[in-house]
Design a protein around this ligand. Sequence first.
Ligand code: CS2
Length: 481
Amino acid sequence: LPADLLRLSRSPAPKPGTGIVHLGLGAFFRAHGALYIAQAMAASGGDWGIAGVSLKRPDQRDRLAPQGFAYTALELHPECRTARTVEVLTDVLVAPEDPEAVVALMADAGVKIVTLTVTEKGYCHQPATGRLDRAHPDILADLADPDRPVSAIGFLVAALARRRAAGIPPFTVLTCDNLPDNGHLVKGVVLELAGLVEPALAEWIAAEARFPSTMVDRIVPATTPEDLDRVAEIIGRRDESPVLHEPFRQWVVEDDFVGNARPDLATAGVELVADVAPYELMKLRCLNGTHSALAYLGYLAGHETIADTIADPAFSRFADRVWTDEIVPGLTPPPGTDLAAYTTALKARYANPAIRHRTWQIAMDGSQKLPQRILSQLAEGFAAGRPMSGLILAVAAWMTYVGGTDLFGKPIDVRDPLGPRLRAALDGAPDSATKVAALLAFREIFPASLAGNETFRTSLVEAHAGLGRHGARHMAEVSHA
Ligand code: CS2
Protein backbone atom coordinates (compact mmCIF):
# COMPACT_ATOMS: atom_id res chain seq x y z
CA LEU A 1 0.00 0.00 0.00
CA PRO A 2 1.27 3.49 -0.76
CA ALA A 3 2.55 5.42 2.21
CA ASP A 4 0.84 8.65 3.03
CA LEU A 5 3.44 11.23 3.96
CA LEU A 6 2.22 13.92 6.26
CA ARG A 7 4.34 16.77 7.53
CA LEU A 8 3.29 17.72 11.00
CA SER A 9 5.29 20.91 11.38
CA ARG A 10 4.59 24.26 9.76
CA SER A 11 7.66 23.73 7.63
CA PRO A 12 9.10 25.35 5.58
CA ALA A 13 8.21 28.06 8.15
CA PRO A 14 10.98 28.61 10.74
CA LYS A 15 11.30 26.08 13.53
CA PRO A 16 9.25 26.85 16.65
CA GLY A 17 11.07 28.02 19.76
CA THR A 18 11.85 25.47 22.44
CA GLY A 19 9.14 25.49 25.09
CA ILE A 20 9.55 21.92 26.27
CA VAL A 21 12.55 19.91 27.42
CA HIS A 22 12.09 16.16 27.35
CA LEU A 23 14.22 13.93 29.59
CA GLY A 24 14.79 10.35 28.34
CA LEU A 25 14.36 10.49 24.58
CA GLY A 26 13.31 6.92 23.76
CA ALA A 27 10.98 5.56 21.09
CA PHE A 28 7.85 5.80 23.25
CA PHE A 29 7.81 9.59 23.68
CA ARG A 30 8.70 10.19 20.03
CA ALA A 31 5.73 8.02 18.99
CA HIS A 32 3.30 9.40 21.58
CA GLY A 33 3.72 12.76 23.39
CA ALA A 34 5.83 14.33 20.62
CA LEU A 35 3.15 13.50 18.04
CA TYR A 36 0.36 15.04 20.12
CA ILE A 37 2.47 18.16 20.71
CA ALA A 38 3.37 18.44 17.01
CA GLN A 39 -0.29 18.11 16.11
CA ALA A 40 -1.33 20.71 18.72
CA MET A 41 1.23 23.16 17.33
CA ALA A 42 0.20 22.50 13.74
CA ALA A 43 -3.39 23.36 14.69
CA SER A 44 -2.96 26.15 17.22
CA GLY A 45 0.65 27.35 16.97
CA GLY A 46 2.81 28.30 19.96
CA ASP A 47 6.49 27.85 20.68
CA TRP A 48 6.32 24.27 21.87
CA GLY A 49 9.33 22.84 20.10
CA ILE A 50 10.89 20.03 22.11
CA ALA A 51 14.58 19.75 23.04
CA GLY A 52 15.29 16.13 23.88
CA VAL A 53 17.84 15.04 26.45
CA SER A 54 19.48 11.63 26.48
CA LEU A 55 20.52 10.92 30.04
CA LYS A 56 23.01 8.20 29.25
CA ARG A 57 24.16 7.52 25.70
CA PRO A 58 24.87 9.69 22.63
CA ASP A 59 23.39 7.29 20.01
CA GLN A 60 19.99 8.95 19.65
CA ARG A 61 21.55 12.39 19.13
CA ASP A 62 24.09 10.94 16.70
CA ARG A 63 21.32 9.41 14.61
CA LEU A 64 18.96 12.38 14.71
CA ALA A 65 21.36 15.34 14.36
CA PRO A 66 22.37 14.59 10.72
CA GLN A 67 18.65 14.53 9.79
CA GLY A 68 17.96 17.87 11.47
CA PHE A 69 16.19 16.01 14.33
CA ALA A 70 13.31 15.03 12.02
CA TYR A 71 12.17 11.41 12.06
CA THR A 72 9.55 9.09 10.64
CA ALA A 73 6.69 7.72 12.70
CA LEU A 74 5.33 4.61 11.01
CA GLU A 75 1.83 3.65 12.09
CA LEU A 76 1.14 -0.05 11.67
CA HIS A 77 -2.42 -1.26 11.21
CA PRO A 78 -2.96 -4.98 10.71
CA GLU A 79 -3.59 -4.33 6.99
CA CYS A 80 -2.02 -0.99 6.14
CA ARG A 81 0.43 1.61 7.33
CA THR A 82 0.93 5.34 7.42
CA ALA A 83 4.28 7.16 7.50
CA ARG A 84 4.55 10.65 8.99
CA THR A 85 7.53 12.97 9.12
CA VAL A 86 7.73 14.52 12.56
CA GLU A 87 9.57 17.80 12.89
CA VAL A 88 8.96 18.84 16.45
CA LEU A 89 12.43 18.24 17.96
CA THR A 90 14.57 21.36 18.03
CA ASP A 91 17.71 19.75 19.47
CA VAL A 92 19.01 16.70 21.31
CA LEU A 93 21.48 17.05 24.18
CA VAL A 94 23.51 14.27 25.79
CA ALA A 95 23.56 14.90 29.53
CA PRO A 96 26.83 13.17 30.54
CA GLU A 97 28.74 15.11 27.83
CA ASP A 98 27.69 18.48 29.21
CA PRO A 99 25.37 18.46 32.23
CA GLU A 100 25.71 22.24 32.57
CA ALA A 101 24.21 22.78 29.11
CA VAL A 102 21.19 20.70 30.11
CA VAL A 103 20.67 22.59 33.38
CA ALA A 104 21.07 25.93 31.55
CA LEU A 105 18.50 24.94 28.93
CA MET A 106 16.01 23.74 31.53
CA ALA A 107 16.50 27.00 33.43
CA ASP A 108 15.74 29.09 30.31
CA ALA A 109 12.68 31.28 30.82
CA GLY A 110 11.24 30.13 27.47
CA VAL A 111 10.98 26.57 28.73
CA LYS A 112 7.62 26.06 30.41
CA ILE A 113 7.34 22.27 30.62
CA VAL A 114 9.73 19.42 31.31
CA THR A 115 8.34 16.09 30.16
CA LEU A 116 9.85 12.78 31.22
CA THR A 117 10.00 9.19 30.01
CA VAL A 118 12.80 7.76 32.09
CA THR A 119 11.14 4.37 32.81
CA GLU A 120 10.19 3.17 36.27
CA LYS A 121 13.74 2.88 37.53
CA GLY A 122 14.60 6.44 36.42
CA TYR A 123 12.68 7.93 39.36
CA CYS A 124 15.25 6.50 41.80
CA HIS A 125 12.46 5.56 44.18
CA GLN A 126 11.78 2.43 46.17
CA PRO A 127 9.05 0.64 44.21
CA ALA A 128 7.31 -0.68 47.34
CA THR A 129 7.06 2.73 49.09
CA GLY A 130 7.39 5.37 46.36
CA ARG A 131 9.98 7.25 48.45
CA LEU A 132 13.35 8.44 47.13
CA ASP A 133 16.05 5.80 47.37
CA ARG A 134 18.65 7.91 49.16
CA ALA A 135 21.27 5.19 48.75
CA HIS A 136 20.86 5.12 44.92
CA PRO A 137 24.30 5.72 43.33
CA ASP A 138 22.89 8.42 40.99
CA ILE A 139 21.23 10.25 43.90
CA LEU A 140 24.48 10.08 45.90
CA ALA A 141 26.25 11.59 42.87
CA ASP A 142 23.58 14.33 42.59
CA LEU A 143 24.05 15.19 46.26
CA ALA A 144 27.83 15.24 45.99
CA ASP A 145 27.74 17.72 43.07
CA PRO A 146 24.24 19.24 42.71
CA ASP A 147 25.28 21.51 39.81
CA ARG A 148 26.38 18.55 37.68
CA PRO A 149 23.55 16.09 38.18
CA VAL A 150 23.33 12.52 36.91
CA SER A 151 19.73 11.43 37.53
CA ALA A 152 16.60 12.93 35.96
CA ILE A 153 15.50 13.94 39.45
CA GLY A 154 18.87 15.66 40.00
CA PHE A 155 18.42 17.64 36.75
CA LEU A 156 14.92 18.75 37.77
CA VAL A 157 16.18 19.94 41.15
CA ALA A 158 19.28 21.69 39.74
CA ALA A 159 17.27 23.52 37.07
CA LEU A 160 14.53 24.51 39.50
CA ALA A 161 17.19 25.85 41.90
CA ARG A 162 18.65 27.94 39.10
CA ARG A 163 15.26 29.32 38.09
CA ARG A 164 14.52 30.27 41.68
CA ALA A 165 17.87 32.06 41.98
CA ALA A 166 17.18 33.95 38.72
CA GLY A 167 13.63 34.91 39.70
CA ILE A 168 12.10 32.78 36.93
CA PRO A 169 8.93 30.81 37.70
CA PRO A 170 9.31 27.01 37.80
CA PHE A 171 8.34 24.78 34.91
CA THR A 172 5.60 22.18 34.96
CA VAL A 173 6.95 18.64 35.41
CA LEU A 174 4.93 16.33 33.17
CA THR A 175 5.81 12.69 33.75
CA CYS A 176 4.82 10.23 31.02
CA ASP A 177 5.85 6.97 32.68
CA ASN A 178 3.62 4.05 33.66
CA LEU A 179 3.53 4.61 37.39
CA PRO A 180 0.42 5.06 39.52
CA ASP A 181 -0.16 8.61 40.69
CA ASN A 182 2.93 9.50 38.65
CA GLY A 183 2.67 13.27 39.24
CA HIS A 184 2.54 12.77 42.96
CA LEU A 185 5.43 10.29 42.80
CA VAL A 186 7.76 12.59 40.87
CA LYS A 187 6.80 15.53 43.08
CA GLY A 188 7.66 13.46 46.15
CA VAL A 189 11.14 12.45 44.98
CA VAL A 190 11.92 15.97 43.68
CA LEU A 191 10.89 17.56 46.99
CA GLU A 192 12.86 14.99 48.96
CA LEU A 193 16.05 15.57 46.97
CA ALA A 194 15.56 19.36 46.93
CA GLY A 195 15.08 19.27 50.70
CA LEU A 196 18.42 17.53 51.11
CA VAL A 197 20.09 20.23 48.97
CA GLU A 198 18.33 23.24 50.53
CA PRO A 199 15.08 23.11 52.54
CA ALA A 200 13.94 26.55 51.27
CA LEU A 201 14.22 25.29 47.68
CA ALA A 202 11.88 22.41 48.48
CA GLU A 203 9.38 24.86 49.98
CA TRP A 204 9.49 27.07 46.87
CA ILE A 205 9.01 24.09 44.55
CA ALA A 206 6.12 22.76 46.65
CA ALA A 207 4.40 26.15 46.50
CA GLU A 208 5.12 27.21 42.90
CA ALA A 209 5.75 24.19 40.65
CA ARG A 210 3.13 21.83 39.24
CA PHE A 211 3.34 18.06 38.72
CA PRO A 212 0.23 16.94 36.84
CA SER A 213 -0.44 13.21 36.72
CA THR A 214 -0.87 11.56 33.32
CA MET A 215 -1.98 8.31 31.76
CA VAL A 216 -0.09 7.49 28.58
CA ASP A 217 -0.88 4.70 26.18
CA ARG A 218 0.47 3.51 22.85
CA ILE A 219 2.27 0.29 22.03
CA VAL A 220 5.70 1.17 20.63
CA PRO A 221 8.15 -1.73 20.28
CA ALA A 222 11.88 -0.98 20.18
CA THR A 223 13.04 -0.18 16.63
CA THR A 224 15.18 -2.98 15.14
CA PRO A 225 17.78 -2.86 12.32
CA GLU A 226 15.22 -4.67 10.08
CA ASP A 227 12.74 -1.89 10.79
CA LEU A 228 15.21 0.66 9.39
CA ASP A 229 15.31 -1.25 6.09
CA ARG A 230 11.54 -1.56 6.04
CA VAL A 231 11.04 2.17 6.64
CA ALA A 232 13.61 3.02 3.95
CA GLU A 233 11.65 0.90 1.47
CA ILE A 234 8.40 2.66 2.34
CA ILE A 235 9.58 6.29 2.40
CA GLY A 236 12.25 5.94 -0.27
CA ARG A 237 15.13 7.26 1.80
CA ARG A 238 17.14 6.26 4.84
CA ASP A 239 15.91 7.36 8.29
CA GLU A 240 18.36 6.27 11.00
CA SER A 241 15.87 6.71 13.82
CA PRO A 242 12.27 6.01 12.89
CA VAL A 243 9.64 4.89 15.41
CA LEU A 244 7.04 2.19 14.73
CA HIS A 245 3.75 2.26 16.58
CA GLU A 246 0.22 0.94 16.70
CA PRO A 247 -2.74 3.13 15.56
CA PHE A 248 -4.27 3.39 19.05
CA ARG A 249 -3.19 6.20 21.34
CA GLN A 250 -4.51 7.78 24.50
CA TRP A 251 -3.18 10.57 26.70
CA VAL A 252 -5.08 11.69 29.77
CA VAL A 253 -3.57 14.67 31.54
CA GLU A 254 -4.48 16.38 34.80
CA ASP A 255 -5.02 19.99 33.75
CA ASP A 256 -2.72 21.67 36.26
CA PHE A 257 0.13 23.63 34.61
CA VAL A 258 2.20 26.53 35.96
CA GLY A 259 0.52 29.73 34.68
CA ASN A 260 -1.71 27.53 32.50
CA ALA A 261 1.16 27.46 29.98
CA ARG A 262 0.79 24.43 27.71
CA PRO A 263 0.20 23.53 24.07
CA ASP A 264 -3.42 23.30 22.92
CA LEU A 265 -3.42 19.60 23.77
CA ALA A 266 -7.18 19.16 23.52
CA THR A 267 -7.13 19.94 19.75
CA ALA A 268 -4.78 17.01 19.32
CA GLY A 269 -7.09 14.65 21.20
CA VAL A 270 -5.54 14.75 24.68
CA GLU A 271 -8.15 14.30 27.42
CA LEU A 272 -7.64 17.04 30.01
CA VAL A 273 -9.31 15.99 33.25
CA ALA A 274 -9.39 16.89 36.94
CA ASP A 275 -8.61 13.37 38.17
CA VAL A 276 -6.42 10.96 36.21
CA ALA A 277 -6.45 8.18 38.84
CA PRO A 278 -9.25 5.96 37.42
CA TYR A 279 -7.71 6.14 33.91
CA GLU A 280 -4.26 5.35 35.23
CA LEU A 281 -5.40 2.37 37.26
CA MET A 282 -7.45 0.99 34.38
CA LYS A 283 -4.53 1.22 31.98
CA LEU A 284 -1.79 0.04 34.35
CA ARG A 285 -3.77 -3.01 35.42
CA CYS A 286 -5.67 -4.00 32.25
CA LEU A 287 -2.81 -3.29 29.85
CA ASN A 288 0.52 -3.27 31.66
CA GLY A 289 -0.56 -5.98 34.13
CA THR A 290 -1.51 -8.47 31.41
CA HIS A 291 1.41 -7.29 29.25
CA SER A 292 3.84 -8.35 31.97
CA ALA A 293 1.91 -11.58 32.67
CA LEU A 294 1.90 -12.51 28.95
CA ALA A 295 5.55 -11.46 28.60
CA TYR A 296 6.86 -13.86 31.28
CA LEU A 297 4.50 -16.72 30.46
CA GLY A 298 4.82 -16.21 26.71
CA TYR A 299 8.61 -16.04 26.91
CA LEU A 300 8.73 -19.25 28.97
CA ALA A 301 6.43 -20.93 26.42
CA GLY A 302 8.86 -19.98 23.64
CA HIS A 303 6.84 -17.11 22.12
CA GLU A 304 8.85 -14.22 20.74
CA THR A 305 6.19 -11.51 20.68
CA ILE A 306 2.94 -10.54 22.39
CA ALA A 307 1.09 -11.06 19.08
CA ASP A 308 2.43 -14.64 18.94
CA THR A 309 1.48 -15.21 22.58
CA ILE A 310 -2.09 -13.94 22.26
CA ALA A 311 -2.54 -15.95 19.03
CA ASP A 312 -1.97 -19.07 21.15
CA PRO A 313 -5.45 -20.19 22.38
CA ALA A 314 -4.08 -21.15 25.80
CA PHE A 315 -2.91 -17.59 26.44
CA SER A 316 -5.87 -15.96 24.73
CA ARG A 317 -8.22 -17.72 27.18
CA PHE A 318 -5.85 -16.98 30.04
CA ALA A 319 -5.92 -13.24 29.26
CA ASP A 320 -9.73 -13.21 29.02
CA ARG A 321 -10.10 -14.87 32.40
CA VAL A 322 -7.55 -12.67 34.11
CA TRP A 323 -9.35 -9.56 32.84
CA THR A 324 -12.83 -10.80 33.69
CA ASP A 325 -12.26 -12.57 37.01
CA GLU A 326 -9.26 -10.83 38.53
CA ILE A 327 -8.63 -7.32 37.17
CA VAL A 328 -11.89 -5.68 36.10
CA PRO A 329 -13.84 -6.50 39.33
CA GLY A 330 -11.30 -4.41 41.27
CA LEU A 331 -11.59 -1.29 39.08
CA THR A 332 -13.83 1.77 39.09
CA PRO A 333 -14.37 2.64 35.41
CA PRO A 334 -13.37 6.17 34.34
CA PRO A 335 -16.35 8.33 33.35
CA GLY A 336 -17.98 7.01 30.17
CA THR A 337 -15.75 3.92 29.91
CA ASP A 338 -17.05 0.38 29.49
CA LEU A 339 -14.31 -1.87 30.86
CA ALA A 340 -15.47 -4.95 28.96
CA ALA A 341 -15.21 -3.01 25.69
CA TYR A 342 -11.85 -1.63 26.81
CA THR A 343 -10.36 -5.10 27.36
CA THR A 344 -11.85 -6.44 24.12
CA ALA A 345 -10.16 -3.59 22.24
CA LEU A 346 -6.96 -4.27 24.13
CA LYS A 347 -6.95 -7.86 23.01
CA ALA A 348 -7.25 -6.76 19.37
CA ARG A 349 -4.31 -4.39 19.93
CA TYR A 350 -2.20 -7.26 21.30
CA ALA A 351 -3.16 -9.40 18.31
CA ASN A 352 -2.04 -6.80 15.72
CA PRO A 353 0.41 -8.92 13.70
CA ALA A 354 2.18 -5.85 12.30
CA ILE A 355 3.43 -4.96 15.80
CA ARG A 356 6.34 -7.16 16.83
CA HIS A 357 6.60 -6.34 20.51
CA ARG A 358 9.04 -8.81 22.01
CA THR A 359 8.13 -10.60 25.24
CA TRP A 360 11.78 -10.15 26.23
CA GLN A 361 11.47 -6.34 25.93
CA ILE A 362 8.42 -6.16 28.19
CA ALA A 363 10.02 -8.62 30.64
CA MET A 364 12.77 -6.08 31.40
CA ASP A 365 12.87 -4.37 34.80
CA GLY A 366 10.22 -6.63 36.33
CA SER A 367 11.27 -5.71 39.86
CA GLN A 368 10.28 -2.12 39.08
CA LYS A 369 7.06 -2.99 37.26
CA LEU A 370 5.40 -5.82 39.18
CA PRO A 371 4.48 -3.80 42.31
CA GLN A 372 2.10 -1.40 40.51
CA ARG A 373 1.08 -3.71 37.66
CA ILE A 374 0.27 -6.89 39.57
CA LEU A 375 1.14 -6.96 43.26
CA SER A 376 -1.11 -4.09 44.38
CA GLN A 377 -4.13 -5.79 42.87
CA LEU A 378 -3.21 -9.16 44.37
CA ALA A 379 -3.37 -7.68 47.86
CA GLU A 380 -6.75 -6.09 47.08
CA GLY A 381 -8.08 -9.23 45.41
CA PHE A 382 -7.20 -11.39 48.42
CA ALA A 383 -8.88 -8.90 50.74
CA ALA A 384 -12.04 -9.01 48.58
CA GLY A 385 -11.97 -12.83 48.41
CA ARG A 386 -11.40 -12.95 44.63
CA PRO A 387 -9.55 -15.90 43.09
CA MET A 388 -6.29 -14.45 41.77
CA SER A 389 -4.72 -17.60 40.31
CA GLY A 390 -3.81 -16.07 36.92
CA LEU A 391 -1.88 -13.16 38.39
CA ILE A 392 -0.22 -15.48 40.94
CA LEU A 393 0.93 -17.62 38.00
CA ALA A 394 2.33 -14.46 36.39
CA VAL A 395 4.40 -13.72 39.52
CA ALA A 396 5.62 -17.35 39.56
CA ALA A 397 6.61 -16.97 35.89
CA TRP A 398 8.59 -13.83 36.77
CA MET A 399 10.29 -15.76 39.61
CA THR A 400 11.26 -18.46 37.12
CA TYR A 401 12.41 -15.89 34.53
CA VAL A 402 14.75 -13.98 36.86
CA GLY A 403 16.49 -17.24 37.70
CA GLY A 404 18.18 -16.75 34.34
CA THR A 405 17.43 -20.18 32.78
CA ASP A 406 14.32 -20.96 30.77
CA LEU A 407 12.23 -24.12 31.03
CA PHE A 408 14.24 -25.73 28.24
CA GLY A 409 17.55 -25.08 30.05
CA LYS A 410 18.58 -22.14 27.85
CA PRO A 411 20.05 -18.99 29.45
CA ILE A 412 17.85 -15.87 29.66
CA ASP A 413 19.37 -12.40 29.21
CA VAL A 414 17.67 -10.88 32.28
CA ARG A 415 17.74 -7.05 32.34
CA ASP A 416 16.74 -5.66 35.71
CA PRO A 417 18.45 -3.27 38.12
CA LEU A 418 17.99 -5.92 40.85
CA GLY A 419 18.89 -8.75 38.41
CA PRO A 420 22.20 -9.85 39.97
CA ARG A 421 20.76 -9.80 43.50
CA LEU A 422 17.66 -11.74 42.46
CA ARG A 423 19.79 -14.29 40.68
CA ALA A 424 22.13 -14.65 43.66
CA ALA A 425 19.15 -15.22 45.98
CA LEU A 426 17.91 -18.01 43.72
CA ASP A 427 21.19 -19.69 42.89
CA GLY A 428 21.65 -21.68 46.07
CA ALA A 429 17.95 -22.51 46.51
CA PRO A 430 17.21 -26.20 45.91
CA ASP A 431 13.42 -26.18 45.30
CA SER A 432 10.39 -24.02 44.55
CA ALA A 433 9.57 -23.43 48.22
CA THR A 434 13.05 -22.05 48.96
CA LYS A 435 13.17 -20.01 45.75
CA VAL A 436 9.80 -18.41 46.39
CA ALA A 437 10.76 -17.64 49.99
CA ALA A 438 14.06 -16.09 48.86
CA LEU A 439 12.32 -13.71 46.43
CA LEU A 440 9.42 -12.84 48.73
CA ALA A 441 12.07 -11.54 51.15
CA PHE A 442 12.84 -8.61 48.77
CA ARG A 443 11.09 -5.80 50.66
CA GLU A 444 11.69 -3.34 47.78
CA ILE A 445 9.30 -5.48 45.74
CA PHE A 446 6.92 -7.32 48.09
CA PRO A 447 5.42 -5.40 50.99
CA ALA A 448 5.55 -7.37 54.26
CA SER A 449 1.78 -7.85 54.37
CA LEU A 450 1.73 -9.53 50.94
CA ALA A 451 4.91 -11.56 51.49
CA GLY A 452 3.46 -12.81 54.79
CA ASN A 453 0.17 -13.96 53.20
CA GLU A 454 0.18 -17.78 53.53
CA THR A 455 -2.31 -18.40 50.69
CA PHE A 456 -0.18 -16.28 48.38
CA ARG A 457 3.02 -18.08 49.33
CA THR A 458 1.66 -21.62 48.99
CA SER A 459 -0.08 -20.84 45.66
CA LEU A 460 3.15 -19.31 44.37
CA VAL A 461 5.17 -22.39 45.33
CA GLU A 462 2.62 -24.61 43.58
CA ALA A 463 2.61 -22.44 40.44
CA HIS A 464 6.42 -22.20 40.38
CA ALA A 465 6.79 -25.99 40.68
CA GLY A 466 4.04 -26.50 38.09
CA LEU A 467 5.85 -24.28 35.57
CA GLY A 468 8.99 -26.38 35.97
CA ARG A 469 7.08 -29.63 35.62
CA HIS A 470 4.40 -28.87 33.01
CA GLY A 471 5.50 -25.70 31.22
CA ALA A 472 3.89 -22.27 30.87
CA ARG A 473 1.25 -23.20 28.33
CA HIS A 474 -0.22 -25.98 30.40
CA MET A 475 -0.16 -23.89 33.57
CA ALA A 476 -1.95 -21.02 31.81
CA GLU A 477 -4.61 -23.47 30.69
CA VAL A 478 -5.26 -24.96 34.12
CA SER A 479 -4.81 -21.74 36.11
CA HIS A 480 -8.57 -21.03 36.20
CA ALA A 481 -9.75 -24.65 36.35
C1 CS2 B 1 5.03 -2.32 28.21
C2 CS2 B 1 4.69 -0.85 27.96
O1 CS2 B 1 7.36 -2.46 28.01
C3 CS2 B 1 6.41 -2.53 28.78
O2 CS2 B 1 6.55 -2.78 29.97
O3 CS2 B 1 4.06 -2.89 29.04
O4 CS2 B 1 5.73 -0.18 27.39
C4 CS2 B 1 3.42 -0.70 27.10
O5 CS2 B 1 3.64 -1.13 25.79
C5 CS2 B 1 2.90 0.71 27.08
O6 CS2 B 1 2.69 1.13 28.39
C6 CS2 B 1 1.62 0.81 26.28
O7 CS2 B 1 1.04 2.05 26.48
